[in-house]
Design a protein around this ligand. Structure first.
Ligand code: GLU
Length: 467
């Protein structure tokens, strides 16, 4: 059987990490089985759907690298088809017009609550025949009364729901617009979706959707409901736990593959393995191994993973992402060293690309002022002379590379009877503005000859001005 999965977000906000995990699992399942992955934008709620949110979904999918074989489809383009199916269901006796007024339904609900019954539609219009002109009507699906629906959930196992628990769901509103359960069913059927992989917040919809599919004579897809993602306090993950939008993770300096790796482990495991390449994810992914219970989002672990990816990924790849962050800081990477060399120098010490970018600005741009503490500690009496001698020696270096630069510092320290730090630290503050940077020889290589010499002069003048 060829496999088709889909990701079907409603464009009513940013792409949430929970949604991204659903997308990832659907994508992995399709890729693993050589199947098809569809992106379907469920934008029928015209009031809540926005173009901005559609863009955020597309941007998030692209950033994560979750490519789709079909789509994006837009449900708003399928209204005629939904109407056709609604009419078909009415014609075959599986749906009916309901004329009950809002007030009448409200009264029914109050009575049921008072009698401690589950609020549900009582089926009053179920057996009406013919159309009543001039009265507003919704269309309800005629849910079977007897029997059970069994969801053979690929994650949670069998879930049995009695039909008498399901009331006759509205499939078209009074204005004729279709409701969520109807549109999902029609598209899943038309798109020949074989596996519906989605969050378990939809589990209550599943038996209703299965009944509609049965009424349409459609083949039922298999279902896999993914457990929730919780914040550290045990509540459903939301904005108040910090970043939850996929693009926020980009902005915060995460690599997409680190986020994917984190998301795949959120509710799925393969032995003790923590780090998975995309190919490994595709190879090992099984719905059988998805946890039944909810998982907790752990920022610390994501940060750890991000650092692993920054350290171990191809620096050319990391540099491509770093370039975006440098741009955010107003830096043009053409104004300084090759970003790949910057990545190599900074990757051990940077857990995020935001950190890496912020710590790399001085390679490209003059800093405004010295870090106060660093200057106080390292620009002391006599350090101007040390820097002056360094300036003279460095100006003579023929090939501006780590080894000869290192030698100059070592030789000068020896000649002056100082330890390395007493030479390297004032030098570092002079060229970086702070006391933290990669190894000093690498730092000088990255800053380059002209900038290094100019900054040494600036520092010498600064120290002399302080005297
Ligand atoms: N559009 C629904 C949502 O964003 C998902 C529907 C589905 O996966 O069946 O929650």
């Amino acid at each position: 059987m060829s496999i088709t999965t889909r990701f079907a977000p409603s464009p009513t906000g940013y792409l949430h990490v929970g949604g991204a995990r659903t997308a990832l699992f659907s994508w992995l399942y399709a890729r693993k089985h050589g199947g098809k992955f569809i992106l379907r934008i469920e934008d029928t709620d015209l009031e809540r759907s926005t173009q901005e949110s559609v863009n955020a979904i597309l941007e998030g999918m692209a950033w994560l690298g979750l490519d789709y074989d079909e789509g994006p489809y837009y449900q708003t383009h399928h209204f005629d088809r939904y109407k056709e199916i609604i009419q078909q269901l009415i014609a075959q006796g599986d749906a009916y017009y309901c004329y009950c007024s809002k007030d009448a339904l409200e009264q029914l609900r109050t009575e049921q609550m008072t009698n401690k019954e589950k609020p549900r539609y009582n089926g009053k219009c179920r057996e009406l025949t013919g159309l009543e002109e001039g009265i507003e009507a919704v269309v309800r699906f005629k849910n079977p009364i007897d029997g059970v629906v069994t969801i053979e959930d690929l994650v949670k196992g069998d879930i049995v729901v009695a039909n008498k628990e399901l009331d006759d769901l509205i499939i078209a509103r009074a204005d004729g617009s279709p409701t969520y359960n109807l549109t999902v069913v029609v598209d899943d059927m038309d798109m020949k979706v074989t596996h519906v992989i989605r969050g378990d917040d939809h589990i209550n919809n599943t038996p209703r959707q299965m009944n509609i599919l049965k009424a349409l004579g459609a083949e039922l897809p298999k279902y896999a409901h993914l457990p929730m993602i919780l914040g550290s306090d045990g509540a459903r993950l939301s904005k108040r736990h910090g970043a939850v939008s996929v693009m926020q993770f980009r902005d915060d300096g995460y690599l997409p593959e680190a986020l994917l790796n984190y998301l795949v482990r959120l509710g799925w495991s393969h032995g003790d393995q923590e780090i998975f390449s995309l190919d490994e994810m595709v190879e090992y992914f099984e719905l059988d191994d998805v946890n039944v219970s909810a998982s907790t989002f752990n920022m610390e672990k994501l940060l750890w993973l991000n650092h692993q990816y920054i350290m171990n990924s191809d620096p050319v790849h990391v540099a491509r992402h770093l370039s975006w962050h440098m741009g955010q800081l107003g830096i043009d990477p053409a104004d300084g060293p090759d970003l790949v060399d910057v990545v190599k120098a900074q990757r051990e010490r940077s857990k995020t690309l935001v950190e890496m970018a912020a710590a790399s600005v001085y390679f490209y741009k003059e800093f405004d002022s010295y870090d106060e503490k660093a200057a106080k500690k390292n620009f002391t009496v006599g350090s101007d002379d040390v820097l002056e001698q360094l300036h003279a020696k460095l100006a003579e270096v023929k090939s501006w590379s780590a080894e000869p630069l290192h030698q100059v510092i070592v030789d000068l320290a020896e000649a002056l009877g100082l330890n390395m730090g007493k030479v390297a630290q004032p030098l570092r503050v002079a060229v970086c503005g702070s006391a933290v940077s990669p190894a000093i020889d690498i730092t000088l290589t990255l800053i380059g000859r002209e900038k290094t010499l100019a900054r040494l002069e600036r520092a010498i003048n600064y120290i002399r001005d302080q005297k």
